[in-house]
Ligand binder design. Structure first.
Ligand SMILES: [Zn+2]
Ligand SMILES: [Zn+2]
Length: 131
């Protein structure tokens, strides 16, 4: 489904035309521009609001946040900013369960180095409960 948007914000500019900053139920990827390592996440709220949450964690230097933690450990001197990550939207879904499952599959498939280990094991959890 193509969502028409006239929005021209910084988020809309970097993602595929099929999505916009209000897209929700999406699986997304944040790639570190400095080292190409990446993080996969999902959101049931508008992607722009999810990015605001990531930005707040980074500004607070929250070590529980994977993105913030990566910047603190690897790029604290140079690129300590959300703009150090390039955003891509991988897929869009119809509801929160579908979105969560797709994120788990994407994490299992790509094994993104910035995701935490407990997220990787979510895939096994889903597998067990659906078999
Ligand atoms: Zn926008
Ligand atoms: Zn990096």
């Amino acid at each position: 489904m193509v969502e028409y948007t006239s929005c021209n914000c910084i988020i809309c500019k970097q993602i595929n035309n099929r999505y916009d900053c209000n897209s929700r139920f999406v699986v997304y990827k944040f790639t570190c521009k400095a080292c190409n390592e990446y993080y996969i996440g999902e959101t049931c709220i508008a992607i722009k609001d999810r990015i605001k949450q990531h930005t707040n964690s980074i500004n607070k230097k929250d070590t529980k946040s994977a993105l913030s933690n990566h910047l603190l450990l690897e790029h604290a001197e140079s690129n300590y900013d959300i703009s150090n990550f390039k955003l891509d939207i991988i897929s869009k879904h119809k509801d929160s369960l579908d979105t969560a499952l797709s994120e788990a599959f994407a994490i299992q498939k790509y094994k993104p180095s910035l995701n935490r280990k407990f997220e990787l094991s979510l895939y096994n959890l889903y597998n067990q409960s659906y078999n």
